[in-house]
Structure formats: C-alpha cells, structure tokens
Design a protein around this ligand. Structure first.
Ligand SMILES: [Zn+2]
Length: 317
C-alpha cells in the first residue's frame, strides 16, 4: 500500500518497485542536496541507503536542509537524518557514517549507485575515480546562488575529469555567493528521478542538465569524452592519495577541517570533556570554537586557516 501511487505509474510498476526495494544507494553529503535526495529516495522505497557526512547541524543550515529542525542543532547530520528517515519509512535500511570520506575509507562507497550531494570538488574527484575504477554509476550535482546542475556519470558517458579541471582556491561557494532554498530541492528532484531510472535499468540522460531556476531556464549540454583524461586512461591520483586535503574550508560555515594525527582521541575526549565541553556524543565533542571527532579530525570555527591552527593548538598543543 505504501508505494501504491508509484506502482500504478507506468514508468515504475510493481516489478521496478521491487527492484528499488532491492537497491543499495550511497549518498555523500547530507546538506541541502543530500537531505532532499535522501527524503525522496527513502519515500520512493529504495531498500538500502548509506549516508556519509562529516558535519553537524548549524543554525544557518535550516534555511535549506529540509530534514533538520531546531532540536537538531549541534547533532551530527547523519544521525539527525537517520532519525528523521526512520519516522518516514521504517521498512528500509539506513546506514549512517559520520566520517570525512577520503582515499583511505573510500570502499564505503560500494553500492549500486552513488549520489554526489557534497559541496566539495576534491570529494567529487575522489568519487569519480572510485566509480570509474569499480564501474559504479554516480550522479554529480551542485548548486550555487539560484542555479544548479547535475550529470549522470556511467561507463557510457564522459567522466567528471573529462569536464572539470583540478580544484582551485578561487571557486565560488555558497559561503560567498549564497543559495536560494528552492534550487537544492529542484536539482535533487532531477537527480533522484535520474537515480530511479538508473536503478530500474531505464534510459537516463547522458547530457549535463543546467537549471537556472530564477529565470526558469533549463539547458541540456552535450559533453564529449576527453582523450587526455587521466581517469579515463586509468590513472587514479586521488584514490592513490597523491592529492591531499588536510585543511579544508567547509562551505556554508566558517569551519576549517583539520586532520589530527598521532593523538589518542579517547584520552583527548576524556581530558577536554572535564574542561569546558558543551556537549559530548559517542562520535564528537563540541566546544565553543572546535568540534573534535573520534575519527581524528576537528572542525575549527575561524575566519582563516592560520587562526584555525592557533585555536586548535590551545587544545592539543
Ligand atoms: Zn574522463
């Protein structure tokens, strides 16, 4: 009964509904795109969904990250999202991972389909290489301002590296440009529709879809494979760990992410929680200006990288 309206739809029907229930999808990033995509996939009855995110819910997320409410402030996004989804569809399986996806834990992506809902180009290059190497389809999506785009990347299409060049420091972000709250919903709707097609073995778009929501302009752009593309030629620099990201500014906040190495996180937690902790969960310890994660990283609230380093050194020397 739950999927009755989908099963009478000629594009889905009961056979393809069954396929969805047996599917396994990974969503990377549970922000504006990710909460919208997760909500739709869960309601559509995708049987197993893995969610990966490294961040916590902040007040400025509530404008567009549709699964969260004020009670979720300070909670890891994956935990808050899993809680909400279990109230929406308790018949499917949600696996939550509070981690920073990188080359050393990339096998978590293993599934039938990967949705990119990140706001970070490094992670996209990483997903692209993993997907190319292991022949797993993925769907790129991004939004900024009042525009967004999405592109299905499979063995039958060009890859992300065929189109986009190496990350630079000067990319516009939602931080500097802002984002209207309707564009993530619109792009996630396109992305999830493509996901349903791919999961049920139906013809999907092989063009990059660009949507200017403010002007109601949608464009489909033909993309060609690049002969010089390293990834299409089997060179995986991100997977091999040759590209590093020790300090990354996270879009949508003033947080810098810094990896913490050679420190026992359990004893650090024990020490700091006695001092001035605001909140401690199994996975993270929240202080005024830093959030420590057991997985060996910290989110530091600061305007610049160097200020972030100074703040961190107060706690870990
Ligand atoms: Zn390529």
């Amino acid at each position: 009964m739950r999927y009755a309206r989908q099963e009478i739809l000629k594009e889905i029907g009961s056979n393809k509904q069954e396929k969805l229930l047996n599917s396994n999808v990974t969503i990377v990033g549970i922000g504006a795109l990710g909460t919208n995509a997760l909500d739709l996939l869960a309601r559509a009855g995708v049987g197993r969904i893995k969610i990966i995110d490294r961040d916590i819910v902040e007040i400025n997320n509530l404008q567009r990250q549709t699964l969260f409410n004020e009670e979720d402030l300070g909670k890891p996004k994956v935990n808050a999202a899993k809680e909400k989804i279990s109230q929406i569809n308790s018949e499917i399986d949600i696996e939550a991972h509070l981690i920073d996806l990188d080359h050393d834990n990339i096998d978590l992506l293993k599934s039938d389909l990967i949705l990119d809902c990140t706001d970070n180009i490094y992670t996209r290059f990483l997903i692209n290489e993993y997907s190319r190497k292991n022949n797993i389809p993925w769907i790129y999506a991004s939004v900024i301002g009042t525009k967004g785009m999405t592109f299905n990347i499979t063995k039958d299409t060009p890859c992300f590296s065929c189109i986009f060049k190496e990350p630079t420091e000067t990319l516009d972000t939602c931080d500097t440009t802002g984002v209207i709250n309707t564009i993530p919903s619109a792009i996630a709707a396109i992305q999830v529709t493509q996901a349903l097609k791919i999961l049920t073995n139906q013809e999907y778009s092989k063009e990059l879809i660009h949507y200017n929501l403010w002007n109601s302009e949608i464009n489909k752009i033909k993309i060609k494979k690049s002969n010089n593309c390293k990834v299409c030629n089997g060179i995986y620099e991100y997977l091999d760990g040759k590209k590093s990201k020790n300090e990354i500014k996270i879009c949508g906040s003033c947080n810098f992410q810094i990896k913490i190495e050679n420190i026992n996180m359990d004893s650090l937690f024990e020490k700091l929680s006695k001092l001035n902790s605001i909140k401690t969960t199994d996975d993270c310890l929240i202080l005024n200006d830093v959030i420590f994660f057991k997985s060996g990283r910290a989110l530091v609230r600061a305007k610049t990288k160097s200020k972030a380093r100074v703040i961190l050194s107060k706690y870990i020397g």
